[in-house]
Design a protein around this ligand. Structure first.
Ligand SMILES: NC(=O)c1ccc[n+]([C@@H]2O[C@H](COP(=O)([O-])OP(=O)(O)OC[C@H]3O[C@@H](n4cnc5c(N)ncnc54)[C@H](OP(=O)(O)O)[C@@H]3O)[C@@H](O)[C@H]2O)c1
Length: 252
């Protein structure tokens, strides 16, 4: 069987969990995974036209629930309903993230806690629940969406950066634990890309980012999704415990 055929057949049976699949990068991942023949389960805090239409068009292969990452019990219930509905999990993309920009000196303890809970604790708990299903199914892949804030200092994002750096460390360590179960764990480290999260970057900041980026532009969600899908596929079959930076060169 060629590599392509192997990917196709695994995708045909495979179940992918994508957190935050209603908009931006998560939406692109959901669309592309469904097009490649995966069954896809996703959640976000609120429904939108995209999830409603996708559920209508793909009644057997698409699952969406309203879940807030900040609620561990809802996260566990979500994983249970994915297991009930699809029976297995082969791919987890920890995509959902929350960015709040403010200097640490003025950020409330409550806000810091939420940033760590949603960007670090929730992906860890979701990974634990999905990895247990992957072990039962004989293997799988986890891709954590980090950020260049994890590897370079930027003002106003200290708690977010700490959470994303934590996610990279989590990926490396877990790769060592789960390799024996045929589960690969990697992180994708995006630079700035066009999405709802970056929609309100001011024109002058956008110019500054572009100026510091060798490729002189922001990335697209499609380009970040390319890296995620590569790591999820058999083409990335010998890659685990790594962080893949996709940033147009801004950190080089
Ligand atoms: N955009 C960038 O330039 C950039 C750069 C580096 C890294 N990243 C990372 O890339 C990932 C995707 O970013 P994006 O720009 O595509 O984000 P986005 O446009 O803000 O979309 C985030 C998605 O996650 C969901 N979500 C947010 N908070 C949630 C919560 N508390 N519980 C459940 N779902 C939640 C959102 O739906 P609801 O709002 O309805 O919940 C939405 O579907 C994130 O991890 C982000 O940190 C982004």
């Amino acid at each position: 069987m060629t590599e392509d055929r192997a990917d196709e057949s695994r995708a045909g049976l495979g179940v992918a969990v994508v957190s935050g699949g209603s908009r931006s990068l998560g939406r692109v991942l959901v669309e592309r995974l469904l097009a490649d023949g995966w069954r896809v389960a996703t959640f976000s805090r609120t429904a939108n036209e995209f999830v409603e239409q996708t559920a209508e068009k793909n009644p057997d292969t698409f699952h969406w629930e309203a879940v807030d990452l900040a609620d561990p019990e809802r996260l566990r219930a979500f994983t249970r309903s994915v297991a009930r509905r699809f029976g297995r999990v082969d791919l987890l993309v920890n995509n959902a993230g929350v960015l709040h920009q403010e200097l640490l000196l003025t950020t409330t303890a409550q806000r810091i806690e939420t940033l760590i809970d949603t960007n670090l604790l929730a992906p860890i708990l979701l990974t634990q629940a999905c990895a247990r299903l992957m072990v039962r199914g004989g293997g799988g892949a986890v891709v954590n969406i980090s950020s260049i804030n994890a590897i370079r200092g930027y003002r106003g994002v200290a708690a977010y950066a700490a959470a994303k750096a934590g996610l990279d460390g989590f990926s490396r360590s877990l790769a060592r634990e789960l390799g024996a179960f045929n589960i690969r764990v990697n992180s994708v480290v995006p630079g700035f890309f066009e999405s709802d999260m970056t929609a309100n970057v001011t024109a002058s900041n956008r110019e500054r980012i572009q100026h510091r980026t060798p490729l002189d532009r922001l990335g697209t969600a499609e380009e970040i999704a390319d890296a995620v899908l590569f790591l999820a596929s058999s083409r990335g079959g010998f890659i685990t415990g790594q962080s893949l930076v996709i940033d147009g060169g801004i950190t080089c």
